[in-house]
Ligand binder design. Structure first.
Ligand code: ATP
Ligand code: MG
Length: 328
């Protein structure tokens, strides 16, 4: 069986972008692949987190995975910090990663700008930890949104570099980018991607937003003055709404455009809102159920950590040996 690995940072409440760009696809892929789905808490702390919020959100992300249909009998669900091999492998990879290539990462440029004067080193080396996450599991495929493509390219480069420096050790993973949910845009600025760490709550839909909040946010979504529903880059706000429908229902953008021929934006918006509400409501109910059973969540992440530890440590030992570290 081929292997997939993916993760989400508990750096904020998860958005519709996280759901459509990542989780929704995992649910399908878990049937076919040996799957590792991680809550990447160590990535989240590259940006300052309030400890008690981080704890609560880490469990919430796990609950969202389960509520969305990830089956712990099929997939390994775990918390990144429970598998120390990730950090150890990161150090080993750090030593063959170049300052120049990390400086080129657009996420680093964006997030370091927001960090102001004092930029944490973790923000800079984040992509190396991500490479470690992926490579430790001999991952074939990494289902992520488009925004992670550059990091994934780096993971591939680091894998190839290590293989060339020593001997074949890592599989070179491919990205798996969904067609329509690949990049859900910011509702207030459709030139930017929707992000859970955005300061403006109107810019995103949260997976846990109540129906009325979803309706309000969609009705306020920025569109344009064209007044006609087309699927084009000239109308990024409308294109985004069409992409949301398409990613949820599976309908093609072309047939959605056809359906709304002659309709106004208000009609489209109210339909989008209802489609989102219908998709998220059952998930929300299940999330709350899972969160009320902490013992069950604990059982899942402990079992996941055991499985992940076993697989990751095996790869880590190989790396150590090839580099010339003495096994004990
Ligand atoms: P942050 O702002 O803290 O970086 P984020 O919303 O970008 O949060 P991540 O945890 O960085 O979320 O990413 C988790 C997964 O969600 C990744 O696979 C990423 O590609 C995907 N993703 C994030 N935002 C979007 C989006 N707007 N559209 C589609 N996929 C997305
Ligand atoms: Mg992100």
């Amino acid at each position: 069986k081929k292997i997939i690995f993916s993760g989400i940072q508990p750096s904020g409440e998860l958005t519709l972008g996280n759901y459509l760009g990542a989780i929704k696809n995992w649910v399908k892929l878990q049937e076919e692949y040996e799957s590792y789905f991680c809550v990447v808490d160590l990535h989240a702390i590259t940006v300052r987190q309030v400890p008690k919020d981080l704890r609560a959100r880490t469990l919430q992300v796990l609950a969202i995975y389960l509520a969305s249909g990830i089956d712990p009998e099929k997939a390994t669900l775990f918390i990144q910090s429970h598998v120390p091999a990730h950090c150890e492998a990161q150090w080993l990879l750090n030593c063959s990663t170049y300052m120049g290539e990390l400086s080129r990462m657009t996420q680093f440029k964006d997030k370091s700008q927001k960090a102001g004067e004092s930029i944490p080193v973790g923000l800079f080396t984040y992509p190396v930890l991500m490479a470690a996450d992926i490579l430790l599991y001999n991952t074939d495929l990494v289902p992520v949104g488009k925004d992670q493509m550059q990091h994934l390219e780096l993971s591939r480069d680091l894998a190839e570099r290590f293989n060339n420096l020593y001997s074949p050790t890592f599989k070179v993973p491919d990205g798996y980018i969904p067609k329509e949910g690949a990049k859900i845009m910011n509702l207030q600025d459709p030139a930017k991607k929707m992000s859970k760490s955005d300061e403006n709550a109107n810019s995103y839909i949260l997976i846990m937003d109540p129906p009325d909040v979803i309706r309000k946010k969609i009705s306020r979504a920025v569109t344009d003055t064209v007044g006609e529903i087309n699927y084009t880059d000239e109308q990024p706000g409308i294109k985004n709404l069409i992409n949301i429908i398409s990613a949820i229902t599976g309908e093609s953008p072309e047939s959605i455009v056809e359906k709304y021929n002659g309709c106004g934006y208000a009609q489209l918006k109210s339909d989008v809102a209802e489609i989102i509400v219908k998709e998220l409501q059952p998930i929300q109910a299940k999330v709350n159920e899972y969160l009320s059973d902490k013992a069950y969540l604990e059982e899942i992440y402990k079992k996941g950590a055991d499985k992940a530890n076993y697989a990751a440590t095996k790869t880590l030992r190989k790396m150590q040996k090839k580099i010339g570290l003495i096994p004990r």
